[in-house]
Design a protein around this ligand. Structure first.
Ligand SMILES: Nc1ncnc2c1ncn2[C@@H]1O[C@H](COP(=O)(O)OP(=O)(O)OP(=O)(O)O)[C@@H](O)[C@H]1O
Ligand SMILES: [Mg+2]
Length: 334
């Protein structure tokens, strides 16, 4: 039985417990008094009442431990064996479910918030254009430019959300195309030349002469390096140089086989180690005002992580404040 179960006698001692219950409470339960291993009033009252009248009942409790909270749904079922009354208590672990519900809630709140800001701006400017700025061509141009920028941001957000959900939907299916990655990187860099030049950044590709082929989805890999190079220019541009380096690894310890490593390196301001573990979360931005001002939605690295997962690869971020950052994508070769 995957559900944790205990059988309790009318002296409130555990008569029998299954393996799942032992694992849940981390100790052997047989013979113990219930109040000794779970001093939760909902549990003890439910048990007491069920021993008394044999009626089935349920309860919800949260166990707190240093490792985190465990949400449990309890079911008490009365059982008569001869003259003795017994109760079976089932503990169903709802932690993963609660977590998923909380994530969905956060996600909806984040998306709504990201859309509300540009929409509020649009509505405000439409009102102004109809009223105060009606006969002012200068103001009209200015406001239309802002409206264009805000609409562009919403389109980008929606596109990013769509590609994220597409990647997630296919995450279990490994891509089957053969892709030559050096050429792909060359064209990814080419699309950022203008942006880099405008920011005074030199883009450099460091790769050998020979082609490097691997099993991949070309469009998705393009998106990965597009996002990483865009970030490097946008946030690491003060270093004046962004390097994309390709190396072939004979044996990658975690992937346990040959791999291709692509590093996107900038010498900009770097990222505080505090933020590193959360950087690939959706909507996570180090400095959200600044990133938003640059048109960012905080989805770029989440998309990168999911695409790399789909390729059964690894994604790592190293950074040092004041020195720059290194975003490392490792993909299985062959
Ligand atoms: N090379 C970098 N140097 C410094 N900070 C970075 C770098 N790359 C990413 N970041 C930080 O990580 C955050 C998350 O990046 P991500 O690409 O996920 O979102 P974004 O760039 O804000 O928005 P989007 O990519 O969706 O347009 C950024 O807001 C930025 O603060
Ligand atoms: Mg980005």
């Amino acid at each position: 039985m995957p559900t944790a179960l205990i059988l309790v006698g009318d002296d409130q001692r555990v008569v029998a417990a299954n393996q799942a219950a032992t694992t849940l409470f981390g100790l052997a339960l047989e013979g113990r008094s219930c109040s000794a291993f779970l001093r939760h009033p909902e549990f003890l009252n439910g048990l007491d009442a069920c021993l008394h009248d044999g009626e089935k009942r349920t309860a919800r409790i949260v166990m707190t431990a240093p490792a985190g909270e465990t949400h449990l749904a309890l079911t008490f079922t009365g059982l008569s064996a001869g003259r003795d009354r017994h109760v079976i208590v089932a503990f169903e672990d709802l932690t993963a479910l609660e977590h998923a519900v909380a994530m969905r809630r956060d996600f909806v709140a984040n998306v709504s918030h990201e859309l509300r800001t540009p929409l509020t701006a649009l509505v405000g400017f439409i009102e102004t254009l109809r009223g105060a700025a009606r006969d002012d061509p200068g103001a009209r141009e200015r406001f239309l430019a802002i409206m264009e920028r805000e609409s562009g941001r919403m389109i980008r957000l929606v596109n990013d959300l769509l590609s994220l959900s597409r990647v997630e939907a296919e995450e279990r299916r490994r891509p089957a195309e053969q892709v030559e990655i050096v050429g792909l990187l060359r064209s990814a860099l080419a699309t950022h030349r203008d942006q880099a030049r405008a920011a005074g950044v030199e883009l450099r590709l460091e790769a050998g002469e020979a082609p490097v082929t691997l099993r991949a989805d070309a469009d998705q890999l393009m998106q990965v390096f597009h996002n990483l190079v865009e970030n490097a220019v946008k946030y690491g541009g003060s270093g004046k140089e962004v390097v994309v380096r390709v190396s072939e690894l004979e044996r990658e310890p975690v992937l346990r086989g040959p791999a291709v490593q692509v590093e996107v390196i900038d010498r900009g301001e770097g990222i505080d180690p505090l933020h590193l573990p959360r950087l690939t979360e959706r909507f996570y931005r180090v400095d959200s005002d600044r990133s938003r001002a640059k048109g960012g939605t905080g989805l770029g690295l989440a998309i990168v992580k999911h695409i790399v997962n789909r390729h059964r690869g690894r994604f790592r971020i190293e950074s040092e404040v004041g020195k720059g950052s290194r975003f490392i994508v490792i993909l299985p070769a062959g």
